[in-house]
Design a protein around this ligand. Structure first.
Ligand SMILES: NC(=O)c1ccc[n+]([C@@H]2O[C@H](COP(=O)([O-])OP(=O)(O)OC[C@H]3O[C@@H](n4cnc5c(N)ncnc54)[C@H](OP(=O)(O)O)[C@@H]3O)[C@@H](O)[C@H]2O)c1
Length: 228
């Protein structure tokens, strides 16, 4: 690893996470990217850079998080909790809202963020920033009745962001959440307004501009503060 800024990105094998890796490398950051399955990580595994280290990690398997945290021997400046799933875009009466599917969404999106932060905080450097990727769909005033458990999970992401920001204030660690925009990924679909590259480029600039004053706040990808 070089002396540049260091960043760890969860769920970095595709979508926004993969573009965050590429954008960070272009900025000469030292990057740790995590993926949970080699078969879904071919593009990521093909990236060649001395500044890139890749780790297998599932955010709902505590041992796999601990394994990565134990194998990182430098301090992390930016911890990005990006891994997330949705349960389709149906309503409460759709199959998407089976008990098992809803639990999976809450596990990955909420508990996954908590476990990631819990086990990586000891790897964080001075003035580090923890970023949770949330969604505008978390906002109570955002219209729409579909994907209600996904909305609830992202509202919970913003809620834990505030709690953790308060807990880590004494360590001067900034904890904020971001809406990445509506992005053309497997999750966002082909009609979304932003490419993953555009979203990642905005996000990285906004992460760099974060200060300790921003702890406990929710932002749009362009750095504008959003209401919860
Ligand atoms: N796309 C949008 O318009 C949009 C809008 C608002 C918010 N977001 C949020 O942005 C983040 C990235 O979304 P995306 O659009 O890039 O989605 P995506 O293309 O579906 O990618 C999701 C990523 O999360 C990983 N992941 C899922 N479950 C995981 C687990 N248990 N452990 C570790 N990694 C896991 C996936 O890995 P696998 O390949 O192994 O499944 C994949 O790398 C998510 O938090 C999402 O909720 C997206």
């Amino acid at each position: 690893m070089t002396n540049s800024k260091t960043i760890l990105i969860t769920g970095s094998n595709r979508g926004i996470g993969l573009e965050l890796v590429k954008e960070s490398l272009a900025k000469k950051f030292s990057v740790a990217g995590t993926f949970r399955n080699k078969n879904n990580a071919k593009e990521l595994l093909k990236l060649k850079s001395n500044n890139l280290k890749l780790f297998e990690m599932d955010v709902v398997k505590e041992n796999s998080i601990l394994n990565v945290s134990n194998n990182i021997d430098y301090t992390i400046d930016y911890l990005i909790c990006n891994a997330g799933i949705n349960n389709g875009y149906g309503g409460i009466f759709d199959q998407d809202h089976s008990y098992e599917k809803m639990l999976e969404v809450l596990n990955v999106n909420v508990l996954g963020c908590i476990l990631t932060i819990k086990h990586f905080t000891r790897n964080l450097g001075k003035n580090a920033k923890i970023i949770l990727i949330s969604s505008i769909m978390s906002v109570q005033k955002h219209s729409g009745s579909n994907a209600l458990i996904y909305r609830a999970s992202k509202a919970a992401v913003n809620n834990i962001m505030v709690s953790i920001s308060q807990e880590l204030k004494s360590k001067y660690i900034t904890v904020s959440s971001f809406h990445p925009g509506w992005v053309r990924t497997d999750m966002g679909g082909p009609n979304a307004t932003l490419s993953a590259k555009e979203s990642a480029s905005f996000l990285i600039k906004s992460f760099e501009n974060l200060t300790f004053e921003d702890t406990g706040k929710f932002f749009n990808y362009d750095g504008n503060e959003m209401n919860f």
